[in-house]
Design a protein around this ligand. Structure first.
Ligand SMILES: [Zn+2]
Length: 466
Protein backbone atom coordinates (compact mmCIF):
# COMPACT_ATOMS: atom_id res chain seq x y z
CA UNK A 1 0.00 0.00 0.00
CA UNK A 2 2.77 2.40 0.98
CA UNK A 3 4.67 1.61 -2.21
CA UNK A 4 1.55 2.34 -4.23
CA UNK A 5 1.10 5.76 -2.60
CA UNK A 6 4.74 6.60 -3.24
CA UNK A 7 4.32 5.69 -6.89
CA UNK A 8 1.28 7.96 -7.22
CA UNK A 9 3.16 10.89 -5.70
CA UNK A 10 6.03 10.42 -8.17
CA UNK A 11 3.60 10.29 -11.04
CA UNK A 12 1.90 13.54 -9.97
CA UNK A 13 5.20 15.38 -9.73
CA UNK A 14 6.24 14.31 -13.20
CA UNK A 15 2.88 15.24 -14.75
CA UNK A 16 2.97 18.67 -13.12
CA UNK A 17 6.47 19.06 -14.50
CA UNK A 18 4.92 18.67 -17.92
CA UNK A 19 7.17 15.84 -19.16
CA UNK A 20 6.30 12.48 -20.60
CA UNK A 21 8.72 10.67 -18.26
CA UNK A 22 5.87 9.71 -15.95
CA UNK A 23 4.81 6.95 -18.31
CA UNK A 24 8.31 5.43 -18.28
CA UNK A 25 8.97 5.68 -14.56
CA UNK A 26 8.11 2.44 -12.86
CA UNK A 27 8.96 1.42 -9.34
CA UNK A 28 11.04 -1.74 -9.45
CA UNK A 29 10.49 -4.00 -6.48
CA UNK A 30 13.55 -4.72 -4.34
CA UNK A 31 14.40 -7.72 -2.18
CA UNK A 32 11.93 -8.58 0.59
CA UNK A 33 13.27 -6.99 3.76
CA UNK A 34 11.19 -9.28 5.99
CA UNK A 35 13.62 -12.07 5.20
CA UNK A 36 16.91 -10.18 5.57
CA UNK A 37 19.05 -11.64 8.36
CA UNK A 38 22.09 -10.19 10.09
CA UNK A 39 22.96 -13.63 11.43
CA UNK A 40 22.01 -16.88 9.74
CA UNK A 41 22.31 -19.90 12.04
CA UNK A 42 22.66 -23.15 10.10
CA UNK A 43 22.58 -26.30 12.23
CA UNK A 44 21.96 -30.00 11.73
CA UNK A 45 19.09 -30.99 14.02
CA UNK A 46 16.23 -29.34 15.91
CA UNK A 47 17.85 -28.43 19.28
CA UNK A 48 21.31 -27.78 17.75
CA UNK A 49 20.37 -24.11 17.48
CA UNK A 50 21.23 -24.15 21.20
CA UNK A 51 24.92 -24.00 20.20
CA UNK A 52 24.23 -20.33 19.49
CA UNK A 53 21.02 -19.30 21.29
CA UNK A 54 22.65 -17.36 24.18
CA UNK A 55 24.34 -15.19 21.55
CA UNK A 56 21.15 -15.03 19.46
CA UNK A 57 19.19 -13.86 22.53
CA UNK A 58 21.71 -11.04 23.00
CA UNK A 59 21.78 -10.15 19.31
CA UNK A 60 18.00 -10.03 18.97
CA UNK A 61 17.07 -8.32 22.22
CA UNK A 62 19.96 -5.97 22.85
CA UNK A 63 21.80 -5.49 19.56
CA UNK A 64 18.72 -5.15 17.31
CA UNK A 65 19.95 -7.83 14.97
CA UNK A 66 17.78 -10.09 12.86
CA UNK A 67 18.41 -13.82 13.15
CA UNK A 68 17.16 -16.62 10.91
CA UNK A 69 17.71 -20.36 11.29
CA UNK A 70 18.18 -23.18 8.80
CA UNK A 71 18.11 -26.80 9.95
CA UNK A 72 19.67 -29.31 7.59
CA UNK A 73 17.54 -32.22 8.89
CA UNK A 74 14.28 -32.57 10.80
CA UNK A 75 15.86 -34.98 13.28
CA UNK A 76 14.08 -38.30 12.66
CA UNK A 77 16.69 -40.79 13.85
CA UNK A 78 17.18 -39.92 17.51
CA UNK A 79 15.41 -41.29 20.56
CA UNK A 80 12.02 -39.94 21.63
CA UNK A 81 12.24 -39.33 25.35
CA UNK A 82 8.76 -37.85 25.65
CA UNK A 83 6.27 -40.01 23.77
CA UNK A 84 5.84 -43.03 21.49
CA UNK A 85 6.41 -41.58 18.01
CA UNK A 86 9.63 -42.36 16.21
CA UNK A 87 11.27 -41.90 12.82
CA UNK A 88 9.29 -39.75 10.35
CA UNK A 89 6.54 -39.03 12.91
CA UNK A 90 9.09 -37.78 15.41
CA UNK A 91 10.70 -35.67 12.66
CA UNK A 92 7.30 -34.00 12.18
CA UNK A 93 7.17 -33.31 15.90
CA UNK A 94 10.71 -32.03 16.05
CA UNK A 95 10.09 -29.58 13.24
CA UNK A 96 7.32 -28.01 15.35
CA UNK A 97 9.50 -28.06 18.48
CA UNK A 98 12.23 -26.27 16.53
CA UNK A 99 9.85 -23.60 15.25
CA UNK A 100 8.47 -23.09 18.78
CA UNK A 101 11.97 -22.82 20.31
CA UNK A 102 12.98 -20.25 17.70
CA UNK A 103 9.74 -18.30 18.13
CA UNK A 104 10.44 -17.99 21.87
CA UNK A 105 13.66 -16.21 20.95
CA UNK A 106 11.92 -13.99 18.43
CA UNK A 107 13.04 -15.93 15.36
CA UNK A 108 10.24 -16.39 12.85
CA UNK A 109 12.29 -17.16 9.74
CA UNK A 110 13.06 -20.85 10.03
CA UNK A 111 13.71 -23.25 7.15
CA UNK A 112 14.60 -26.89 6.76
CA UNK A 113 16.85 -28.43 4.14
CA UNK A 114 16.12 -31.91 2.95
CA UNK A 115 18.80 -33.86 4.84
CA UNK A 116 17.95 -37.15 6.52
CA UNK A 117 19.05 -37.47 10.14
CA UNK A 118 21.99 -39.87 9.66
CA UNK A 119 23.29 -41.47 12.85
CA UNK A 120 27.00 -41.78 12.17
CA UNK A 121 30.27 -39.98 12.83
CA UNK A 122 31.12 -39.99 9.15
CA UNK A 123 30.63 -36.63 7.44
CA UNK A 124 30.73 -38.30 4.03
CA UNK A 125 27.89 -40.67 5.03
CA UNK A 126 25.73 -37.67 5.92
CA UNK A 127 26.56 -35.79 2.73
CA UNK A 128 25.81 -38.88 0.65
CA UNK A 129 22.53 -39.67 2.43
CA UNK A 130 21.34 -36.07 2.14
CA UNK A 131 22.14 -35.59 -1.51
CA UNK A 132 25.10 -33.23 -1.18
CA UNK A 133 24.49 -31.21 -4.36
CA UNK A 134 20.74 -30.70 -4.00
CA UNK A 135 21.06 -29.48 -0.42
CA UNK A 136 23.97 -27.21 -1.25
CA UNK A 137 21.74 -25.65 -3.91
CA UNK A 138 18.95 -25.15 -1.36
CA UNK A 139 21.33 -23.57 1.13
CA UNK A 140 22.83 -21.22 -1.46
CA UNK A 141 19.26 -20.19 -2.33
CA UNK A 142 18.51 -19.44 1.32
CA UNK A 143 21.70 -17.40 1.68
CA UNK A 144 20.72 -15.38 -1.39
CA UNK A 145 17.25 -14.89 0.10
CA UNK A 146 18.33 -13.97 3.65
CA UNK A 147 21.52 -12.07 2.72
CA UNK A 148 23.27 -12.65 6.06
CA UNK A 149 26.36 -10.75 7.15
CA UNK A 150 27.44 -13.53 9.45
CA UNK A 151 26.78 -17.27 9.51
CA UNK A 152 27.03 -19.49 12.59
CA UNK A 153 27.33 -23.23 12.03
CA UNK A 154 28.94 -26.46 13.21
CA UNK A 155 32.70 -27.02 13.08
CA UNK A 156 33.60 -29.14 10.06
CA UNK A 157 36.13 -31.44 11.70
CA UNK A 158 36.67 -34.63 13.70
CA UNK A 159 37.00 -34.51 17.46
CA UNK A 160 36.43 -36.76 20.43
CA UNK A 161 32.96 -35.63 21.47
CA UNK A 162 29.51 -36.04 19.97
CA UNK A 163 31.23 -35.76 16.57
CA UNK A 164 27.97 -36.19 14.64
CA UNK A 165 28.42 -36.60 10.89
CA UNK A 166 25.34 -34.42 10.33
CA UNK A 167 26.94 -31.59 12.35
CA UNK A 168 30.12 -31.83 10.31
CA UNK A 169 28.21 -32.07 7.03
CA UNK A 170 26.31 -28.90 7.91
CA UNK A 171 29.61 -27.09 8.52
CA UNK A 172 30.88 -28.39 5.17
CA UNK A 173 27.75 -27.24 3.29
CA UNK A 174 27.89 -23.79 4.87
CA UNK A 175 31.58 -23.38 4.03
CA UNK A 176 30.91 -24.35 0.44
CA UNK A 177 27.83 -22.11 0.19
CA UNK A 178 29.81 -19.17 1.66
CA UNK A 179 32.26 -19.51 -1.23
CA UNK A 180 29.58 -19.98 -3.89
CA UNK A 181 26.60 -17.74 -3.14
CA UNK A 182 28.23 -14.62 -4.65
CA UNK A 183 29.18 -16.38 -7.85
CA UNK A 184 26.53 -15.69 -10.52
CA UNK A 185 27.51 -18.77 -12.48
CA UNK A 186 26.60 -21.03 -9.55
CA UNK A 187 22.96 -22.18 -9.55
CA UNK A 188 22.12 -19.42 -12.05
CA UNK A 189 18.41 -20.32 -12.18
CA UNK A 190 18.17 -18.82 -8.69
CA UNK A 191 19.28 -15.48 -10.13
CA UNK A 192 17.29 -15.46 -13.34
CA UNK A 193 14.33 -13.12 -13.63
CA UNK A 194 10.85 -14.53 -14.11
CA UNK A 195 9.77 -15.24 -17.65
CA UNK A 196 6.09 -15.84 -17.11
CA UNK A 197 3.34 -14.65 -14.84
CA UNK A 198 3.08 -17.92 -12.90
CA UNK A 199 6.82 -18.51 -12.57
CA UNK A 200 7.70 -22.04 -11.51
CA UNK A 201 11.45 -22.32 -11.75
CA UNK A 202 13.33 -19.03 -11.68
CA UNK A 203 13.87 -17.24 -8.36
CA UNK A 204 14.95 -13.69 -9.28
CA UNK A 205 17.40 -13.56 -6.37
CA UNK A 206 20.76 -11.82 -6.43
CA UNK A 207 24.26 -13.12 -5.68
CA UNK A 208 25.29 -12.57 -2.08
CA UNK A 209 28.60 -12.74 -0.23
CA UNK A 210 28.28 -13.31 3.54
CA UNK A 211 31.15 -11.65 5.42
CA UNK A 212 32.12 -14.09 8.18
CA UNK A 213 31.59 -17.66 9.37
CA UNK A 214 31.86 -18.80 12.98
CA UNK A 215 31.74 -22.38 14.20
CA UNK A 216 30.43 -24.12 17.31
CA UNK A 217 32.08 -27.39 18.33
CA UNK A 218 30.84 -30.38 20.29
CA UNK A 219 34.39 -31.54 21.08
CA UNK A 220 34.74 -32.83 24.66
CA UNK A 221 37.72 -30.54 25.13
CA UNK A 222 36.22 -27.11 24.55
CA UNK A 223 39.28 -25.44 26.08
CA UNK A 224 41.31 -26.10 22.92
CA UNK A 225 39.27 -23.40 21.17
CA UNK A 226 39.94 -20.65 23.70
CA UNK A 227 41.34 -17.62 21.92
CA UNK A 228 40.21 -18.89 18.51
CA UNK A 229 37.44 -16.31 18.16
CA UNK A 230 35.43 -13.64 19.97
CA UNK A 231 34.05 -14.48 23.41
CA UNK A 232 30.78 -13.36 24.93
CA UNK A 233 29.11 -13.64 28.29
CA UNK A 234 26.18 -16.02 28.64
CA UNK A 235 25.66 -15.05 32.30
CA UNK A 236 25.19 -11.35 31.69
CA UNK A 237 21.63 -10.09 32.27
CA UNK A 238 19.81 -8.76 29.23
CA UNK A 239 18.98 -5.10 29.93
CA UNK A 240 15.68 -5.39 28.06
CA UNK A 241 14.62 -8.90 29.16
CA UNK A 242 15.97 -8.68 32.73
CA UNK A 243 17.18 -12.28 32.53
CA UNK A 244 20.61 -13.77 31.84
CA UNK A 245 21.15 -14.83 28.24
CA UNK A 246 21.64 -18.47 29.24
CA UNK A 247 18.16 -18.45 30.77
CA UNK A 248 16.56 -17.04 27.63
CA UNK A 249 18.35 -19.76 25.68
CA UNK A 250 17.23 -22.45 28.13
CA UNK A 251 13.59 -21.34 28.03
CA UNK A 252 13.69 -21.73 24.27
CA UNK A 253 15.41 -25.13 24.48
CA UNK A 254 12.60 -26.43 26.75
CA UNK A 255 10.46 -26.74 23.60
CA UNK A 256 12.46 -29.80 22.55
CA UNK A 257 10.40 -32.17 24.69
CA UNK A 258 11.22 -35.24 22.61
CA UNK A 259 14.90 -34.74 23.39
CA UNK A 260 14.76 -34.36 27.13
CA UNK A 261 14.38 -36.79 29.97
CA UNK A 262 14.82 -34.12 32.63
CA UNK A 263 12.18 -32.01 34.35
CA UNK A 264 12.19 -28.23 34.03
CA UNK A 265 13.60 -28.04 37.57
CA UNK A 266 16.47 -30.38 36.74
CA UNK A 267 17.29 -28.35 33.66
CA UNK A 268 17.24 -25.19 35.68
CA UNK A 269 19.60 -26.67 38.24
CA UNK A 270 22.02 -28.03 35.65
CA UNK A 271 22.22 -24.91 33.54
CA UNK A 272 22.38 -22.38 36.35
CA UNK A 273 25.61 -23.99 37.56
CA UNK A 274 28.51 -22.82 35.36
CA UNK A 275 30.26 -26.18 35.98
CA UNK A 276 27.46 -28.25 34.43
CA UNK A 277 25.93 -25.75 32.02
CA UNK A 278 26.09 -26.42 28.29
CA UNK A 279 27.42 -22.96 27.75
CA UNK A 280 30.78 -22.09 29.33
CA UNK A 281 31.27 -18.60 30.72
CA UNK A 282 32.52 -16.88 28.69
CA UNK A 283 31.63 -18.74 25.50
CA UNK A 284 33.80 -18.64 22.40
CA UNK A 285 32.62 -18.43 18.81
CA UNK A 286 35.27 -20.25 16.78
CA UNK A 287 36.37 -18.05 13.89
CA UNK A 288 36.15 -19.79 10.53
CA UNK A 289 36.85 -17.26 7.82
CA UNK A 290 36.06 -13.73 6.76
CA UNK A 291 36.12 -11.62 3.63
CA UNK A 292 36.58 -8.35 5.53
CA UNK A 293 39.49 -7.00 7.58
CA UNK A 294 40.17 -7.78 11.20
CA UNK A 295 41.45 -10.46 13.54
CA UNK A 296 39.86 -13.78 14.46
CA UNK A 297 39.07 -12.52 17.96
CA UNK A 298 37.43 -9.27 16.84
CA UNK A 299 33.79 -8.69 17.62
CA UNK A 300 31.39 -10.61 15.37
CA UNK A 301 30.19 -7.41 13.69
CA UNK A 302 33.57 -5.63 13.49
CA UNK A 303 34.26 -4.36 9.93
CA UNK A 304 30.95 -5.81 8.81
CA UNK A 305 30.03 -2.87 6.59
CA UNK A 306 33.26 -3.09 4.63
CA UNK A 307 33.13 -4.28 1.07
CA UNK A 308 34.22 -7.92 0.80
CA UNK A 309 37.84 -8.00 -0.35
CA UNK A 310 37.47 -11.35 -1.99
CA UNK A 311 35.28 -11.78 -4.99
CA UNK A 312 34.25 -15.04 -6.56
CA UNK A 313 36.57 -14.37 -9.46
CA UNK A 314 39.66 -14.66 -7.29
CA UNK A 315 41.22 -18.04 -6.91
CA UNK A 316 40.45 -20.02 -3.81
CA UNK A 317 42.65 -18.93 -0.96
CA UNK A 318 45.46 -21.37 -0.41
CA UNK A 319 46.83 -21.70 3.06
CA UNK A 320 49.01 -24.79 2.89
CA UNK A 321 48.02 -28.20 4.10
CA UNK A 322 47.61 -28.95 7.79
CA UNK A 323 50.25 -31.17 9.29
CA UNK A 324 52.98 -33.04 7.49
CA UNK A 325 50.84 -35.01 5.11
CA UNK A 326 49.43 -33.78 1.87
CA UNK A 327 51.89 -31.09 0.86
CA UNK A 328 52.54 -33.07 -2.30
CA UNK A 329 56.32 -32.53 -2.05
CA UNK A 330 57.31 -35.26 0.36
CA UNK A 331 59.03 -38.44 -0.70
CA UNK A 332 56.83 -41.22 -2.03
CA UNK A 333 55.61 -43.75 -1.13
CA UNK A 334 53.89 -42.18 1.89
CA UNK A 335 51.16 -43.37 4.21
CA UNK A 336 48.54 -41.05 5.72
CA UNK A 337 45.11 -41.27 7.24
CA UNK A 338 42.49 -41.76 4.56
CA UNK A 339 38.69 -41.45 4.48
CA UNK A 340 37.23 -38.51 6.38
CA UNK A 341 40.64 -37.34 7.60
CA UNK A 342 41.98 -37.12 4.08
CA UNK A 343 38.83 -35.27 3.04
CA UNK A 344 39.40 -32.55 5.66
CA UNK A 345 43.09 -32.32 4.88
CA UNK A 346 42.08 -31.27 1.37
CA UNK A 347 38.94 -29.33 2.37
CA UNK A 348 40.55 -26.76 4.72
CA UNK A 349 43.09 -25.29 2.30
CA UNK A 350 40.62 -25.50 -0.59
CA UNK A 351 38.22 -23.24 1.33
CA UNK A 352 40.72 -20.90 2.93
CA UNK A 353 40.09 -22.19 6.46
CA UNK A 354 43.69 -21.35 7.24
CA UNK A 355 43.32 -20.44 10.89
CA UNK A 356 41.12 -23.33 11.90
CA UNK A 357 42.21 -25.19 15.02
CA UNK A 358 42.09 -28.85 14.19
CA UNK A 359 42.89 -31.58 16.74
CA UNK A 360 46.66 -31.62 17.43
CA UNK A 361 46.78 -35.34 16.77
CA UNK A 362 43.94 -36.92 14.75
CA UNK A 363 41.44 -38.36 17.21
CA UNK A 364 38.12 -40.15 17.49
CA UNK A 365 35.87 -41.64 20.18
CA UNK A 366 34.31 -45.07 19.62
CA UNK A 367 32.06 -47.31 21.66
CA UNK A 368 34.02 -49.67 23.86
CA UNK A 369 33.89 -53.19 22.37
CA UNK A 370 33.27 -51.88 18.83
CA UNK A 371 35.58 -52.52 15.90
CA UNK A 372 37.64 -49.46 15.09
CA UNK A 373 38.25 -48.94 11.39
CA UNK A 374 41.29 -46.84 10.49
CA UNK A 375 41.15 -45.73 6.84
CA UNK A 376 44.54 -45.23 5.23
CA UNK A 377 45.68 -43.70 2.00
CA UNK A 378 49.05 -44.65 0.56
CA UNK A 379 50.40 -42.34 -2.12
CA UNK A 380 52.93 -43.87 -4.43
CA UNK A 381 54.47 -43.99 -7.87
CA UNK A 382 51.68 -44.74 -10.33
CA UNK A 383 53.87 -46.43 -12.91
CA UNK A 384 54.09 -49.88 -11.31
CA UNK A 385 52.55 -52.06 -8.58
CA UNK A 386 54.10 -51.54 -5.14
CA UNK A 387 54.68 -54.12 -2.38
CA UNK A 388 54.01 -52.57 1.04
CA UNK A 389 54.07 -53.85 4.60
CA UNK A 390 51.89 -52.31 7.32
CA UNK A 391 52.75 -52.74 10.99
CA UNK A 392 50.14 -51.83 13.61
CA UNK A 393 50.97 -50.98 17.22
CA UNK A 394 47.72 -51.02 19.20
CA UNK A 395 47.20 -50.57 22.95
CA UNK A 396 47.22 -53.66 25.14
CA UNK A 397 44.04 -55.72 24.91
CA UNK A 398 43.13 -54.36 21.46
CA UNK A 399 43.14 -56.93 18.64
CA UNK A 400 44.04 -56.21 15.03
CA UNK A 401 41.63 -58.33 12.99
CA UNK A 402 42.33 -57.09 9.47
CA UNK A 403 44.54 -54.82 7.45
CA UNK A 404 48.04 -55.39 8.89
CA UNK A 405 50.78 -57.14 6.90
CA UNK A 406 51.72 -57.39 3.24
CA UNK A 407 49.97 -55.67 0.34
CA UNK A 408 50.69 -55.25 -3.32
CA UNK A 409 49.20 -51.92 -4.36
CA UNK A 410 47.99 -51.41 -7.94
CA UNK A 411 49.73 -48.95 -10.27
CA UNK A 412 47.86 -45.78 -9.24
CA UNK A 413 48.69 -42.54 -7.43
CA UNK A 414 46.83 -43.24 -4.21
CA UNK A 415 45.48 -46.48 -2.79
CA UNK A 416 43.01 -46.80 0.07
CA UNK A 417 43.25 -49.62 2.58
CA UNK A 418 41.86 -50.00 6.11
CA UNK A 419 43.00 -51.52 9.37
CA UNK A 420 40.33 -53.09 11.60
CA UNK A 421 40.90 -53.29 15.34
CA UNK A 422 38.62 -54.91 17.89
CA UNK A 423 38.53 -52.78 21.03
CA UNK A 424 38.02 -54.25 24.51
CA UNK A 425 34.69 -54.03 26.31
CA UNK A 426 35.33 -51.97 29.41
CA UNK A 427 33.30 -52.02 32.62
CA UNK A 428 31.35 -48.94 33.69
CA UNK A 429 34.07 -48.23 36.26
CA UNK A 430 36.86 -48.53 33.68
CA UNK A 431 34.96 -46.32 31.24
CA UNK A 432 34.69 -43.55 33.82
CA UNK A 433 38.47 -43.45 34.15
CA UNK A 434 39.23 -44.10 30.47
CA UNK A 435 41.64 -41.75 28.75
CA UNK A 436 42.46 -41.67 25.07
CA UNK A 437 45.13 -44.07 23.81
CA UNK A 438 47.48 -43.85 20.90
CA UNK A 439 47.61 -46.10 17.91
CA UNK A 440 50.60 -46.28 15.49
CA UNK A 441 50.52 -47.66 12.00
CA UNK A 442 53.75 -47.62 10.04
CA UNK A 443 54.40 -48.52 6.44
CA UNK A 444 57.45 -50.01 4.78
CA UNK A 445 57.95 -50.23 1.04
CA UNK A 446 60.92 -51.94 -0.61
CA UNK A 447 62.59 -52.28 2.81
CA UNK A 448 62.43 -48.53 3.45
CA UNK A 449 60.15 -46.65 5.85
CA UNK A 450 57.18 -45.01 4.12
CA UNK A 451 55.72 -42.97 6.94
CA UNK A 452 53.64 -43.46 10.04
CA UNK A 453 50.10 -42.67 11.09
CA UNK A 454 49.10 -41.86 14.63
CA UNK A 455 45.55 -41.73 15.95
CA UNK A 456 44.25 -40.96 19.43
CA UNK A 457 41.26 -43.11 20.36
CA UNK A 458 38.95 -42.82 23.34
CA UNK A 459 36.74 -45.78 24.27
CA UNK A 460 33.33 -44.54 25.37
CA UNK A 461 30.22 -46.00 26.95
CA UNK A 462 28.30 -44.97 23.86
CA UNK A 463 29.20 -43.36 20.56
CA UNK A 464 27.67 -43.03 17.13
CA UNK A 465 28.95 -45.66 14.70
CA UNK A 466 32.04 -44.62 12.80
ZN1 LIG B 1 22.61 -32.48 16.50
Amino acid sequence: MKAFLKASVLLTIFVVGGTLRAQNSQMVKGADDRFKADILVVVAHPDDEAFFTPYAARAINDMHKRVAVVFSTRGGSGVNRFSRERGPAMANEREIEAREACAKLGIANVWFLDGKDTASQNVLDSLASWGHGANLERLVGLIRLTRPDVIFTHFPGIFIGENHGDHQATGVLVTEAFDLAANPTVFPSQLAGDTQHYELYLSNLQPWQPKKIYFGSDANDGKQFEGSGPTYSVREVSPTQKKPYWRLALEAAMSHRTQSRMSDEQWEEMMSDPKTSWWPEPSTLIFGKSVVDGKATDDVFAHIDEKPDRSFTKETVSCGAHGEEGTGNEKLPRIGLGGVWLFYEEFYPAHGLCQLRVAKMPEIGVKSGATLVVPLAIRHDSSKPLPVNLAVKAPEGWRVTDGAGQYVLPAEESTSVAVHIETPTLSAEELKKAVSQELHISAEAGGKPAGEVRLRVLLKASALPQ
